[in-house]
Design a protein around this ligand. Structure first.
Ligand code: ADE
Length: 236
């Protein structure tokens, strides 16, 4: 899967994603992450990409043209690649704009995005982006939660992390994405490793029994108990 991030801070996203599991997947060629610097598409010699909002108000806005230029460069590249691979040209390229005004990101959305071959993520800064370019290029408005961050870079990284681990081959252990929190809208059961006793606390007997049906039943019960305690909203 290929992620294309349109941003004013390419180093921020690349440094974060080049480490750990995503970094390994990039190295293995399972994922690619490209950060496109919106400033490279500024159409003035000072490389300015922001300006005052019409009508007044606090802060600056990112201007339409540099954002559009960065998008166009990436979109053309994707179209050309699809052409050489003989794919259907009509297939829409999804462009996600990270914004507190978007739909709240969920595991289900991560599963859906993981089916895409290419995903463009647009990161805003300052007080936002000129509405006209959003109307032209954005297909999905996504928020990572009801709080306001200084930019879309961290939300883009959050999305890429959650999506990547669902792409086949990214997690070394294929089953590890299989049963986990939010599967069937339940939280994951508690887990234990060695030693059998730590700080006077023993590992639940059933997990040492080797009786797989009993273990499965216990885990299912624990998932329900945990979800009821910590996230009762998921049971509704
Ligand atoms: N940009 C600023 N805050 C954000 C949030 N909560 N989610 C997505 N993008 C954002």
């Amino acid at each position: 899967m290929n992620f294309h991030i349109l941003t004013l801070f390419p180093d921020m996203v690349m440094n974060g994603l080049n480490t750990s599991i995503t970094g390994r997947a990039i190295e293995a060629g399972i994922l690619s992450v490209e950060a496109v610097n919106i400033r490279d598409y500024a159409n003035n010699k000072h490389l300015k990409v922001d300006d005052y909002p019409y009508g007044g108000g606090a802060g600056m806005l990112m201007q339409a043209e540099p954002v559009y230029g960065a998008y166009e460069a990436v979109a053309k590249h994707i179209q050309k690649k699809r052409e050489t691979e003989g794919q259907v040209q009509s297939q829409k390229i999804r462009v996600v704009y990270l914004t507190p005004q978007g739909a709240t990101f969920t595991q289900r959305m991560a599963e859906e995005y993981a089916q895409e071959e290419d995903l463009i993520l647009l990161c805003g800064h300052y007080e936002g982006i000129d509405e006209r370019v959003l109307e032209e290029i954005v297909t999905d408005y996504v928020s990572i939660g009801d709080y306001v961050l200084t930019g879309g870079e961290l939300p883009a990284m959050v999305m890429i992390d959650a999506i990547s681990r669902l792409v086949p081959g990214v997690l070394s252990n294929e089953v590890s994405a299989e049963f986990e929190s939010f599967q069937d809208d339940l939280l994951e059961y508690p887990q234990y490793s060695r030693p059998e006793e730590w700080h006077g606390k023993k590992v639940p007997e059933v997990l040492l029994s080797g009786h797989h049906a009993n273990i499965d039943r216990w885990r299912r019960e624990q998932s329900l108990i945990r979800t009821r305690e910590r996230r009762p909203d998921l049971l509704k």
